[in-house]
Design a protein around this ligand. Structure first.
Ligand code: HEM
Length: 535
């Protein structure tokens, strides 16, 4: 039928229904009416006014007028690809999540990489965190592992997310600057939020200027749970590691590319897949028990902390292969809706207060970005698993639900659709206790130990890059008190680091910021697994 050969990947089933091939076809309106002349509008005489009656012109212009949708409030700039995840082994002892049910089992995926702060048309190679969002179209519904290329985050609680993002985005009065972090507002916020210390070092490191989407790691960041069919659960951190190795640009390359080729990462991903050089990433799990977690010198609910690989090894469990470019950027890459709340039986959340806020945020924003409550019916978002429930109506509803019953329990439709019971998603019955309170556990207040661990784990070259990045960013900060506070924060991490940055700014090293806790900071040994070039 003239359709391109796009393979037998299961996600093609929903997408096939809407794929369009115009080869050898007549031009029509959206109502399917053949268009005789697509060059000239209908006029009262050749030099006369255009007629209201020209429904063909009006439909064409009206559709054009409404082509743009709001960009994502964060991660607006992205590039995506189709592929599959293949499990190395049967992991049913650990999790009932369908992708891990058998060795060699393949699950279709759609993956979107992104920058965080820039707008939809911004440059790819800026210093920023990169998103690494994976939608698994599993037998039991969609599981989205919405991760980043850096294993920790800026803040510990969702309450601070709008403030963080407002500080990073262009300033509201003049819409400048577009550069992700080189401005007063971000560094003002950072210097007043010492929990950011660990992330700041990753953010000024070479990790924040990856060479290619094919050459960067991905992390789930939060601690999750894996749950098996007996209801037994363990904690889990998710890691993606590119088989091509983890590589970065150097700053001068990144800065030059941002001007000369703003699509550098997008083009690289597209061309690699187009030429059959399929990007591959290994999924690794760090698995640990509640008892182990209780012994760690950090809180596993704190997203500003890693679990060092020396404490819990990363176990390789499967491979992600990206083997097909999207057919249409808007339909797929722009309209895909990832959501941290999309888990499937076998995966569960923890009480990480950042993750808890994310569970709310994604669907909420997508209702406005994608227009209404039915965006799960946009083909790229539709699960391969079937949808049966009593949700009805809403703007742009596609599904034609039949019958008189749209409630449950019912007797008139034989009780259908019926609850899945133990086959369905069951939350881990965690014990919660305590009074309602706003605050943080004490271990969350150790802001500097892991920042120091990151610093001492870097090679001399990598450390120099970090110092240079702080110098570059802070020379663009015009408020001296903000620069001084950043130096005072760095003074809690390492003397050579703060001295190097202060020297570059022509400033004295100030006294360190007061610590947020009397508890001694934990003294980690250097971790070779954190060094970029050790991989
Ligand atoms: C995108 C909120 C933290 C990774 C988004 C979007 C929102 C959001 C509103 C736009 C979604 C859309 O329009 O489709 C939040 C909130 C956070 C948070 C409230 C903290 C409370 C994080 C963290 C990570 C992350 C910790 C990484 C682990 C991503 C990624 C995307 C995204 C990868 C882009 C997904 C895509 O490619 O479409 N986030 N986020 N976010 N977020 Fe977060």
């Amino acid at each position: 039928d003239g359709q391109p050969d796009i393979g037998d990947n299961a996600i093609n089933r929903p997408l096939d229904r809407v794929r369009v091939d115009d080869t050898g076809r007549e031009l029509t309106t959206n109502q399917g009416v053949p268009v005789a002349d697509n060059q000239n509008s209908l006029k009262a005489g050749l030099r006369g006014p255009t007629l209201m009656e020209d429904f063909i012109l009006r439909e064409k212009i009206t559709h054009f007028d409404h082509e743009r949708i709001p960009e994502r409030v964060v991660h607006a700039r992205g590039s995506a690809a189709h592929g599959y995840f293949e499990s190395y082994e049967d992991l049913r002892g650990l999790t009932r999540a369908a992708p891990f049910a058998a060795a060699g089992k393949r699950t279709p995926v759609f993956v979107r990489f992104s920058t965080v702060a820039g707008e939809r048309g911004s440059a790819d190679t800026v210093r920023d965190v990169r998103g690494f969002a994976v939608k698994f179209y599993t037998d039991d519904g969609n599981w989205d592992l919405v991760g980043n290329n850096i294993p920790v985050f800026f803040i510990q609680d969702a309450m601070k997310f709008p403030d963080l993002i407002h500080s990073v985005k262009p300033e509201p009065h003049n819409g400048m600057p577009q550069a992700a972090s080189a401005h007063d507002t971000f560094w003002d916020f950072a210097s007043l939020s010492p929990e950011i210390a660990h992330m700041l070092l990753w953010h000024t490191s070479d990790r924040a200027i990856p060479r290619s989407y094919r050459m960067m790691q991905g992390f789930g960041v939060h601690t999750f749970r894996l749950v098996n069919d007996k209801g037994e659960s363990v904690f889990c951190k998710f890691h993606w590691t590119p088989l091509a190795g983890t590589h970065s640009l150097v700053w001068d390359e990144a800065a030059r590319l941002a001007g000369a080729d703003p699509d550098y990462h997008r083009r690289d991903l597209w061309e690699a897949i187009d030429s059959g050089q399929f990007p591959e990433y290994e999924l690794g799990l760090q698995i640990f028990t509640e008892e182990q977690a209780a012994q760690f010198p950090f809180d596993i609910l704190d997203p500003t902390k890693i679990v060092p690989e020396e404490m819990v090894a990363v176990r390789p469990v499967g491979k992600l292969v990206l083997d097909r470019n999207p057919d249409n950027f808007f339909a797929e890459t722009e309209q895909v809706a990832f959501c941290a709340a999309h888990v499937v039986p076998g995966i569960d959340f923890t009480n990480d207060p950042l993750l808890q806020g994310r569970i709310h945020s994604y669907i909420d924003t997508q209702i406005s970005r994608l227009g209404g409550a039915n965006f799960h019916e946009i083909p790229i978002n539709t699960p391969v698993a079937q949808i049966h429930n009593n949700q009805r109506d809403g703007i742009h509803r596609q599904q034609i639900n039949r019958g008189r019953v749209s409630y449950e329990p019912n007797s008139l439709a034989g009780g259908c659709p019926f609850q899945a019971g133990a086959r369905g998603f069951v939350s881990v019955p965690e014990v919660s206790q305590g009074r309602e309170v706003r605050g943080k556990p004490e271990l969350f207040a150790d802001h500097y130990s892991q920042a120091r661990l990151f610093w001492i784990s870097q090679s001399v070259t990598e450390q120099r890059h970090i110092i240079n990045a702080f110098r570059f960013e802070l020379t663009r900060v015009h408020t001296p008190a903000v620069r001084r506070r950043v130096l005072a924060l760095l003074a809690n991490i390492d003397a050579a680091l703060v001295a190097g940055v202060a020297d570059g700014l022509g400033m004295e090293v100030p006294p360190p910021l007061p610590l947020a806790t009397d508890r001694p900071q934990y003294d980690y040994p250097a971790s070779p697994s954190l060094s970029l070039f050790a991989r």
